[in-house]
Ligand binder design. Structure first.
Ligand code: IMP
Ligand code: MG
Length: 180
């Protein structure tokens, strides 16, 4: 079991499993009906997933524009659970087909807020890809069009996901199980 920052980490999804799934997702998305998509990575948690997925897009024959939006759901002076835009996209989304990339779909609050924001700006359609889906935790009326893996009801780290900004560098997704 890997030990990082003096914590034992149980691996849930290996780097190899994620890489294989990313290639499949890219192929599914390329075969889908998004027209000249504007891909938007939701920061910060999705930055590793987005970086890997967009390079699989190249192999799958997709050549999208790629943008970033920073959404805060927790802390940063907001009411708990009320998402806010910390840094917006620079691209006009009116009339565009959008693909939102996020790390985890949990309650769905973050993705529902971001999807509704893009639709309110006149996006033609908004599709969602999430690496992990904690579908048992859903409270908002949203689902992902593309999902990497169903995720158990555990707080996961790695592959961009953090506890207090740590563990993002792990090439796998895991759970902190205790002190080493
Ligand atoms: P939602 O708004 O409840 O769907 O929460 C989604 C966001 O919460 C994700 O984009 C993550 O940034 C964060 N999040 C939810 N579950 C986890 C987890 O297990 N580990 C790390 N971040 C998480
Ligand atoms: Mg996030």
């Amino acid at each position: 079991m890997p030990i990082v920052r003096n914590k034992k980490i149980e691996v849930l999804f290996t780097a190899e499993q994620i890489s294989r799934r990313n290639r499949e997702l890219a192929e599914e998305i390329a075969l889908g009906d998004l027209n000249d998509p504007l891909v938007i990575s939701i920061l910060k948690g999705s930055f590793v997933f987005a970086a890997d997925l967009i390079r699989k897009f190249h192999k799958a024959g997709l050549s999208p524009e790629v943008e970033f939006i920073s959404i805060s759901s927790y802390g940063a002076g907001t009411d708990a659970g009320t998402p806010t835009v910390l840094r917006d996209v620079e691209t006009e989304v009116k009339g565009r087909d959008i693909l939102l990339i996020d790390d985890i779909l949990e309650s769905g609050g973050t993705l529902k807020f971001t999807k509704d924001l893009m639709l309110s700006r006149g996006a033609n359609r908004v599709a969602v890809v999430a690496l992990l889906d904690k579908s048992m935790k859903r409270s908002a009326d949203i689902n992902a069009d593309y999902v990497g893996f169903e995720c158990p009801d555990k707080f996961v780290v790695g592959y961009g996901m953090d506890v207090s900004h740590a563990f993002r560098e792990l090439p796998f997704v895991g759970v902190v199980t205790g002190d080493a």
